[in-house]
Write a protein that binds this ligand. Structure first.
Ligand code: CTP
Length: 417
């Protein structure tokens, strides 16, 4: 295949680090998805095409595979030997999902939460921005059911609709329903993806997960942190162009560096090794405050005694130590998961640890926080601002936090030293 390559390998393009899922439905405009896939990839994005089975009647998966340079996904239950269901894995990778063309059928399914094939399932499982470029016969577009469904998607689900053009249809009818131009779609998608590109060139350390403090070769003192919030912040920062180092107690595979640690002391060492050269540190990790003074080299056996006493000693407080030495052009952010006195405890930690911001959440509220994909938080800044974010996906909280952090970095780095 002789495809024109306007971006070379050394010229990564404006959408570098962005991952787009391109959904393709069964309509004649599916052939234009080839130019969209090619345009996105040439602009630097990683593109994963997902076709509905009907779309394969119009173009072949091989065409999109060649243009995206990635495997094309069609069927819901092709697990490909991965331990994670394909739809979850793809949904988590995406910064944006674009469905072009979006048919009346897929629009109706999405508006009603029907996930009977891979594309609609991925969209339901995703937490990123979803854009739809409808393409259909003018009467189908005009039909009250389609208009109602588009309204539901736009207003209740916050999906973005790229309006179809007016023109002559493949079927010969004339009217609104022709998919927006490829150039128009590419420009809209690029502007949405670049809206958040404000961390390019910034170096960020993000910590995630709960530390484990060994007692003996079998046991440890741990906590319930899943690492999801930290990974969400790291993914979002990477997507905005930051040079991210994730220091985590949880193993995750990412294209940016992930340093896996176990204990608070290991985390401290890893964070300190990078701190001088970083612009921002986000300490999402739940760091154990204490560790056993003695770690037994053999498994501690049960004895006659009813009690076992473990002697603990304080761990270093990583944020506290770094808050004291941080430069004026660096931003540091802490988290506080509290079971009572959320505001006052978070405020105290913000001050005591010399933080720029702290994100607090109440762990007594069910269905959010530890292990969940959702949280509801309060954000406090060193200047006394306070913002409450209601229950929302951790990725959305991460995006909001990064908006604040990016603005703050810009201010502190512009200020005279
Ligand atoms: N933190 C840290 N090092 C520690 C303990 C906590 O860097 N040894 C960081 C956490 O990553 C978090 C913030 O400090 O960003 C607040 O953590 P938290 O456990 O809520 O606060 P503590 O100061 O440990 O207070 P307490 O456990 O008594 O609530």
């Amino acid at each position: 295949m002789n495809e024109d390559d306007s971006y070379s390998a050394t010229e990564p393009g404006p959408l570098k680090n962005r991952t787009v899922i391109l959904g393709v439905c069964g309509g004649i405009a599916a052939y234009k998805a080839c130019d969209i896939a090619s345009g996105l990839r040439k602009a630097g994005a990683t593109v994963h095409a997902v076709m509905t089975p009907h779309a394969t009647s119009f173009i072949t998966p091989l065409t999109l595979q060649t243009l995206t340079r990635n495997e094309v996904h069609v069927h819901q239950f092709d697990e490909g030997g991965h331990w994670k269901p394909e739809h979850i894995e793809l949904a988590q990778k995406a910064d944006l999902i674009l469905v072009a063309p979006a048919t009346a059928n897929t629009i109706a399914k999405l508006a009603n939460g029907i996930c009977d094939e891979l594309l609609t399932t991925i969209i339901m499982a995703a937490q990123c921005r979803v854009m739809l470029a409808p393409a259909m016969n003018p009467h189908m577009l005009d039909h009250p059911a389609t208009q109602f469904n588009l309204g539901v998607l736009q207003h209740r689900m916050r999906y973005e609709i790229i309006p179809p053009d007016i023109g002559e249809m493949a079927c010969g009818d004339y009217g609104a329903g022709k998919m927006a131009s490829v150039e128009g779609i590419l420009a809209t998608v690029a502007s949405k993806l670049m809206e958040r590109s404000n961390l390019t060139g910034k170096s960020m350390i993000i910590t995630a997960g709960g530390t484990r403090e060994p007692i003996d070769p079998v046991r440890f003192i741990g906590n319930r942190s899943s690492g999801k919030m930290g990974v969400a912040v790291a993914d979002a920062a990477h997507a905005r162009g930051a040079d991210v180092t994730l220091i985590s107690t949880v193993h995750v595979e990412r294209s940016y560096p992930v340093v896996v640690v176990e204990t608070a002391q290991e985390m401290q060492e890893a964070v300190e090794a990078e701190f001088d050269t970083c612009d921002a540190l986000v300490m999402t990790a739940a760091v154990a405050d204490y560790r056993p003074i003695v770690v037994s080299t053999h498994k501690i056996k049960k004895t006659e005694s009813e009690d076992l006493v473990l002697e603990l000693t304080k761990n270093p407080d990583i944020l506290d130590l770094l808050g004291r030495v941080k430069r004026k052009d660096q931003v540091i952010v802490g988290f506080a998961a509290e079971s009572e006195g959320l505001l006052s405890n978070a405020q105290q930690k913000l001050k005591r640890k010399h933080l720029d911001m702290i994100i607090g959440n109440d762990i007594s509220v069910p269905d959010i926080g530890f292990g969940s994909d959702y949280n509801a938080v309060v954000i406090l800044t060193a200047e006394g601002q306070r913002e409450n974010l209601p229950r929302m996906p951790k990725r959305a909280i991460a995006e909001h936090l990064l908006d604040l952090l990016a603005a703050r970095l810009e201010n502190v780095q512009k200020a005279p030293v």
